[in-house]
Design a protein around this ligand. Structure first.
Ligand code: ADP
Ligand code: ADP
Length: 224
């Protein structure tokens, strides 16, 4: 079967995690979210976590060297041999180059870069209402995508909290960082013919249906 090697691109709060949660079930792909990996490392107080924490608290990106190593180990793992879904990586041109070179050396290539478009004002509305499950990072929104029981994760019953970096002052800065460092990747993947756009302002179920249909087509093409 053809590989599905996918990345999700979009501003913080675009709905990448929300969509990834749904797509993983559809396509049985290993899912690697750099934000979740880094938050887990901070919680464990591992060396990675200790190095990353100050950057994350400020809403800055952690250095490329730190995150590239972590993510390339996952992409190289046996479970990702038939494909993967990356969320939150790459976020800089340097990271995109590392991923591209590593895949090329292994005779692999990206299938698509899935871009979820959402304007800045909507990002701010979303992140200020985002609630995240303490255990596995499942995301909800108090108004747009509420859990069945307030403050409790539908999927694993854990408590829902507001992430520290979802406080308004940090959100603004994260958006600036996105525009400066990550947005240029849209052009880069467009030029490579890999970019697929999705209107992230549609409700979560509609965005999901659209991405799923695109991926089903790509998977068929890979098999040909
Ligand atoms: P969001 O889901 O809001 O897009 P993430 O959970 O992906 O945010 O990321 C949280 C934080 O983790 C970022 O603000 C940044 O500090 C760090 N981070 C995540 N991915 C990367 C990456 N690819 N490169 C550098 N830093 C990253
Ligand atoms: P990202 O991973 O890109 O940072 P999330 O998936 O965590 O984004 O979504 C950010 C917030 O917006 C969450 O509170 C989520 O419930 C909400 N959300 C996600 N998709 C949509 C959508 N299509 N419409 C409205 N709210 C959404």
């Amino acid at each position: 079967m053809g590989q599905l090697n996918l990345i999700l691109v979009g501003p913080p709060g675009a709905g990448k995690g929300t969509q990834a949660d749904r797509l993983r079930g559809d396509f049985d792909l290993p899912y690697y979210a750099t934000g979740d990996i880094l938050r887990a490392a901070v919680k464990e107080e591992s060396e990675l976590g200790r190095e990353a924490k100050a950057y994350m608290d400020k809403g800055d990106l952690v250095p490329d060297a730190l995150i590239c190593k972590v993510i390339m180990e996952r992409v190289d793992s046996t479970e990702a041999a038939d494909g993967f879904l990356l969320d939150g990586f790459p976020r800089t041109q340097g990271q995109a180059d590392v991923l591209n070179d590593a895949l090329e050396r292994r005779g692999r290539k990206l299938t698509a870069a899935l871009q979820i478009d959402v304007p800045d004002e909507e990002v701010i509305r979303r992140l200020s209402g985002r609630r995240t499950c303490v255990k596995n990072g499942h995301n909800y929104h108090v108004e747009f995508d509420p859990p069945k029981n307030e403050g409790v994760c539908d999927q694993d019953g854990s408590r829902l909290i507001q992430r520290d970096d979802d406080k308004p002052e940090t959100v603004r800065h994260r958006l600036d960082v996105f525009h400066e460092q990550t947005k240029p990747l849209v052009d880069y993947y467009e030029k490579k013919g890999l970019l697929r756009h999705f209107d992230g302002e549609r409700p979560p179920g509609e965005v999901h249906a659209h991405i799923r249909a695109t991926l089903a087509t790509l998977q068929l093409e890979e098999k040909l």
